[in-house]
Design a protein around this ligand. Structure first.
Ligand SMILES: Nc1ncnc2c1ncn2[C@@H]1O[C@H](COP(=O)(O)OP(=O)(O)OP(=O)(O)O)[C@@H](O)[C@H]1O
Ligand SMILES: [Mg+2]
Length: 610
């Protein structure tokens, strides 16, 4: 995967108006709050400028002219402005906080819904890490822009504007001198920001590489040790940390230089004020209070200018974030329900693959002109070499993918005329790689049918032989399974997935290596327990362990996407073809390993095989 695949892509250097408009549209539903806080911020920043003006009046009227009455009046106004401002600050921080939360909530909900609708093919093409970054950091950045970015920029613009107005009121000539320095300060601030950000971005990029290296080394620690790769890995790691150090060193250096430089520019403006102001004061064109107010305005304007520069570069980053986030939101599911798709209430009936051709990525088809007619209630076993296409066949059946050509009929209907829910809710699937959700065992089994009673959950666990090991846990059915079920063994996860699928009362049952990691004794028990269910449903069973599928109505040997052989266990053994070879080889292997928990059973098998 390219390094910049995650979030470290170069941020958009040009301004993208379309994306910006779309970002703004996020706040439209909450426009009341937005207007509320914008007005409050405008008020607060106007108050700021008024303070400085009032302090000028205090000096000029109260102190210089010893006017006690004026002093009291000004102090009363000063205090009232202070109170209004405090109330204003409280309101806008509160309102912006609420707005941010709402926008974040909207975005997350929209993405979550959308992610559920996307087809499996999207997930096999897109790394989970990429999706997670869109959902977390990108949505965060966009929500921050439309709240705090808006707050900061409104505050900054209002502050600069009101300060400018008061400066013009006090002395317009001096004001013009100050205005001339503003663009210089802004450009300086922007330039520094850009460079510092560039270094930080490199630091972050290195950091994700380092985190990745840690991650791989920790999760693959066994392999690293087994292959003696410790030293090599350490060297690679050192290169990464060295480079990260260089970039963060430069970032610190630039950050340290930034403030003094801006302050120096401000100092030039201040010098001009003192010099020109002092000169004008003689003629009475400006008072001492006026000069001090000017100095205060210049110093206080440094912050809004830096804020503006920051918001500006944050905005560019947020636009890049938004573009990635919208690309996720705009991804169309490859499989979607036909507008007139129906739910027939039941999908019982024959299942037909009619000249189906399918490829995952428009390359070599995995299945080509594949046809199969399965009668209602049949149990079909799929066997054959790794990569032959067995899982692909059931993926198509479950409509996780759709064929590029040919048709699939379920219960007499072309399955593209049915809704996905109608199909998927009636097919019980146990996948090759079992997945559990964090939560306890009971919740995981009940995920198959949310209204199932505790008794039904227990019965399903008993049916698949999971009951005993569950009862051995200290918290039994309430035992937590951990993220992805990683506190359980693979075999235990398989049994729970099986119980979950059974609980959903499926009409079609699909088991893809569902019991491959379960010991043979338990597997035999499961088979016995499931006989009834298999008799009721049309079932597809994929297994490498051939002892498990002998009872299937038909066994299909799948090789390179084709049916190489088809028949019952007996028929295929008599044929002495591929199945016979697979079976006898596996059987001999078992005998050689003297791993034979079913001595009696195997004896009969060997007679059959002979
Ligand atoms: N998500 C995918 N994207 C692209 N190609 C895939 C994908 N899944 C499987 N394939 C390819 O399709 C072919 C058939 O794979 P499939 O998983 O159906 O084999 P299988 O018979 O189930 O094998 P196994 O016994 O190992 O489970 C393989 O060549 C594989 O590389
Ligand atoms: Mg498979």
């Amino acid at each position: 995967m390219p390094d910049d695949y995650f979030e470290e892509e170069e941020f958009q250097t040009q301004f993208n108006g379309k994306t910006f408009k779309r970002i703004l549209s996020l706040i439209v539903p909450h426009i009341k709050w937005v207007i509320g806080f914008l007005v409050t911020i405008a008020l607060v920043s106007a108050m700021d400028a008024i303070f400085t003006y009032l302090s000028k009046q205090i000096i000029d009227l109260g102190i210089m002219q010893q006017n006690a009455q004026a002093l009291v009046q000004i102090m009363v106004i000063y205090a009232s402005v202070q109170v209004i401002q405090a109330g204003g600050v409280f309101s806008f921080v509160y309102l912006a906080g609420i707005l941010g939360e709402r926008v974040r909530y909207d975005l997350r909900r929209q993405m979550f819904n959308h992610l559920q609708s996307l087809s499996l093919s999207y997930y096999s093409k897109t790394p989970v890490g990429w999706i997670m970054s869109r959902v977390t950091s990108d949505s965060e950045r966009v929500a921050d822009l439309v709240t705090w970015g808006l707050v900061d920029s409104t505050w900054a613009v209002m502050n600069i504007l009101t300060s400018m107005i008061f400066m013009v009121i006090i002395n317009w000539r001096l004001a013009l001198i100050v205005f001339a320095t503003l663009p210089i300060m802004f450009i300086l601030a922007m330039e520094f920001r850009k460079r510092i950000l560039g270094e930080y971005r490199q630091t972050r990029r290195m950091n994700s590489k380092i985190v990745g290296a840690f991650n791989e080394n920790i999760s693959g620690v066994r392999v690293v040790k087994a292959l003696g790769r410790e030293k090599g890995n350490l060297e690679e790691f050192k290169l990464l940390t060295d480079e990260m150090y260089r970039h963060s060193y430069r970032a610190s250096w630039l950050s340290a230089l930034f403030l003094p430089t801006v302050q120096l520019t401000a100092a030039i403006a201040l010098g001009a004020i003192v010099w020109y102001g002092g000169y004008q004061a003689e003629s009475g064109a400006i008072t001492i209070g006026g000069i001090s107010a000017f100095a205060a305005y210049v110093t206080s304007m440094m912050w809004p200018i830096q804020d503006l520069a920051r918001v500006f570069s944050d905005m560019q980053q947020a636009i890049a974030s938004a573009e990635r986030m919208f690309s996720l939101i705009d991804a169309r599911p490859e499989i979607s329900d036909h507008p007139r798709a129906i739910d027939p209430g039941s999908i019982r009936g024959d299942i037909i693959f009619d000249h189906v051709t399918f490829a995952y990525d428009n390359d070599e088809p995995v299945l080509e002109d594949f046809s199969l007619h399965v009668r209602r209630g049949e149990t079909i076993a799929l066997v054959g070499p790794t990569g032959g296409g067995k899982s692909t066949i059931v993926n198509l059946l479950c409509r996780f993918y759709e064929p590029q050509s040919g048709r699939i009929f379920i219960g007499g209907r072309d399955y593209t005329t049915l809704s996905q829910l109608a199909i998927q809710s009636r097919i019980g699937v146990v996948l090759q790689t079992p997945h559990l959700f964090s939560g306890n065992i009971r919740e995981n089994i009940r995920y198959g049918r949310l209204d199932a009673s505790d008794e039904e959950v227990i019965a399903a666990a008993q049916l698949v032989g999971a009951y005993d090991f569950i009862m051995r846990f200290s918290r039994q059915f309430d035992e937590e399974v951990g993220e992805g079920g990683n506190l359980l063994s693979v075999g235990q996860k398989q049994l729970i997935s099986l119980a979950r699928a059974i609980l959903s009362n499926p009409e079609v049952f699909v088991m893809d290596e569902a019991t491959s990691s379960v010991d043979t004794l338990t597997e035999a028990l499961i088979q016995k327990g499931m006989e009834n269910l298999l008799a009721r449903c049309t079932s597809f069973v994929i297994a490498h362990r051939l002892s498990t599928i002998k009872k299937a109505n038909r066994i299909l040997v799948i090789e390179q996407g084709r049916i190489a052989e088809m028949g019952t266990h007996q028929e295929l053994l008599h044929l002495r073809g591929k199945y016979y070879q697979l079976y006898t080889k596996q059987f001999r292997h078992q005998m050689e390993e003297a791993f034979d928990p079913f001595a009696e059973k195997n004896e009969t098998v060997s007679k059959e095989a002979a």
